[in-house]
Design a protein around this ligand. Structure first.
Ligand code: PXP
Length: 251
């Protein structure tokens, strides 16, 4: 499974003091050295972490693909078409939220989304939609032209914190497994992201079609103590090495 490292939190620390360091660009290069397969960054409407100039600089600096997360606004779609990242992940965005709180609502505004997807695809950009683990949302994503979905794992991560028995853990992963299977049946690339950390990420090995995990907060937090290349290497191992795959004995 590919690992996309989200470097937004490095920009959060930089912006907290109005300094030019730590640099999210340097972080991206260190993540790449550690074995990251993609770099993900989210340009939010309020520019609270990543700024416009960061995106351009990132795109020109890293050797691995850039996954650019944006809300589907005309401003952001135009900016993405201008920059030309490898992939765009469309996410819902609310000003007051701490972080992206849920998947896209694909019950309304779908026509506009369809035309946004077309604009991006016409520019040669792979388009992924951040969705809940919900069959209707996944089928709609395929219908309106997305090539990939990123299944929102945040609710699953929260629920996993409360799990006390192996049986409960295995019951909980089923919803993500269903979403993974439906995405695959719809011809979509399946990605996952949000809330994944060093205690739960290995469960993503139970999604046989999932090709990519996008992880930010946990990796940047661990990097404070072990360094970014090591933090990335450790996460990649959890996502890929058979020794970490949950089984009835270690779940
Ligand atoms: N995927 C998406 C679509 C996100 O919005 C975020 C948060 O920016 C992430 C993945 C990474 O989430 P986390 O920081 O919890 O790993």
């Amino acid at each position: 499974m590919r690992l996309g490292v989200n470097i937004d939190h490095v920009a959060t620390v930089r912006n907290a003091r109005g300094e030019s360091y730590p640099s999210p660009i340097q972080a991206a290069v260190m993540a790449e050295l550690g074995g990251a397969d993609n770099i993900t960054c989210h340009l939010r409407e309020d520019r609270r972490h990543i700024r416009d100039a960061d995106v351009r600089f990132l795109k020109d600096t890293i050797q691995i693909p850039l996954n650019f997360e944006i809300a589907a606004t005309d401003e952001m779609i135009a900016y993405a078409c201008d920059i030309g990242p490898y992939a765009v992940t469309l996410v819902p965005e609310k000003r007051q939220e701490l972080t992206t709180e849920g998947g896209l609502d694909l019950t309304e505004g779908v026509r506009k989304l369809e035309s946004d997807i077309k604009r991006l695809r016409d520019r040669g950009i792979i388009v992924s939609l951040f969705v809940e683990a919900d069959a209707n949302a996944i089928v709609t994503a395929a219908k309106i032209g997305a090539q990939a979905i990123e299944i929102h794992t945040g609710h699953w991560c929260t629920a996993m914190q409360k799990v006390r028995t192996t049986k409960e853990a295995w019951a909980l992963i089923r919803k993500l497994q269903d979403a993974d299977r439906i995405g695959h049946e719809q011809g979509l690339q399946v990605h996952v992201g949000h809330g994944l950390n060093y205690t739960n990420a290995a469960w993503m090995q139970m999604l046989p079609h999932c090709e990519e995990a996008n992880i930010g907060h946990a990796i940047i937090a661990r990097a404070l103590f072990v360094g970014l290349p090591t933090a990335v290497k450790e996460m990649k191992a959890l996502l890929n090495e058979p020794a970490h795959k949950p089984h009835l004995g270690n779940a």
